[in-house]
Design a protein around this ligand. Structure first.
Ligand code: ADP
Length: 256
């Protein structure tokens, strides 16, 4: 319904920049449209420069590039943890480039995020860590508990639900973080170096879990500097260098 209402609408920035805008309107198959975005943290230096990209609904994309290339910055812009200095970003049909504080929770409900260092609350149990994501949404307690149990079970963590994060292995902690990111059934999943702290065997396990979200229709964007991982999955990969997109390779390889 949301999409239908917005169809045909011309956004001010589309009118202003004419033909160089990414194809299609805010509806269609695009989950995310990034339009001439630059981000500067301090005068004269740019973490991102004139980045334009489009990610389709259900697409699984790797964001690659060396340390300092701007990967984290780009992901942070997509869940409104930072604002672009220039340009526009449309996430799920909504321009979030200048999102007010009051609009951020509704965006975060639809965008799950996984970080390299898990970011779990050490004094809360696994169940509580995951349930917090639903608290934010205001879900009723009984329904929330059932939802949390279901996602923990799906990720093979139900037996750990009353444990605390630090008693779990790194791989298990990252699975909890994925459960927390997915419990709201987000339309977009962002992962920033999600396997950076894990050994190679766990890396594959965790990446498979993240990738499986895309097969259920979630748009998944994974920032990584591990090129062998990118090659293994054969999915689209966008390379950033010094804040610019230097390569955008379509999916081509097979699934493992
Ligand atoms: P990557 O994730 O690819 O390593 P980042 O987005 O973290 O890249 O960083 C891109 C550039 O922006 C780097 O030069 C980094 O030093 C700078 N940067 C990132 N975050 C901040 C910040 N909060 N304040 C100032 N500079 C930052």
């Amino acid at each position: 319904m949301r999409r239908r209402r917005r169809q045909g609408r011309i956004w001010p920035w589309q009118r202003a920049r004419g033909s160089s805008a990414p194809a299609a309107g805010p509806g269609g198959d695009a989950a995310i449209r990034i339009y001439h975005v630059s981000k500067s943290y301090s005068a004269g230096s740019f973490a991102l420069r004139d980045v334009s990209l489009e990610f389709r609904k259900g697409e699984f994309v790797f964001l690659t590039g060396p340390s300092g290339a701007g990967k984290t910055t780009l992901l942070r812009l997509l869940f409104a943890a930072a604002q672009p200095s220039e340009g526009q970003i449309v996430v799920l049909g909504r321009n979030i480039a200048r999102l007010g504080d009051s609009a951020i929770p509704s965006l975060r409900r639809r965008v799950g995020v996984v970080f390299q260092d898990f970011k779990l609350l050490p004094r809360r149990t696994i169940e509580e860590n995951v349930a917090l994501a639903l608290d934010v949404v205001g879900m009723r307690r009984r329904q929330a508990r059932a939802r949390v149990f279901a996602i923990l079970k799906q990720l093979g963590l139900q037996h750990r639900r009353y444990h605390h994060p630090l008693s779990l292995s790194g791989g298990e902690q990252q699975r909890v973080a994925i459960a927390r990111a997915l419990v709201n059934e987000p339309e977009i999943l962002l992962a920033d170096e999600p396997t950076g702290n894990l050994d190679p065997a766990l890396t594959v396990e965790i990446m498979d879990l993240i990738a499986s979200a895309a097969t259920r229709g979630t748009t998944v964007i994974v920032a990584t500097h591990e090129l062998d991982l990118v090659a293994r999955y054969g999915k689209r990969s966008v390379r950033l260098e010094s804040g610019r997109v230097t390569e955008d390779s379509p999916a081509g390889g097979s699934w493992r």
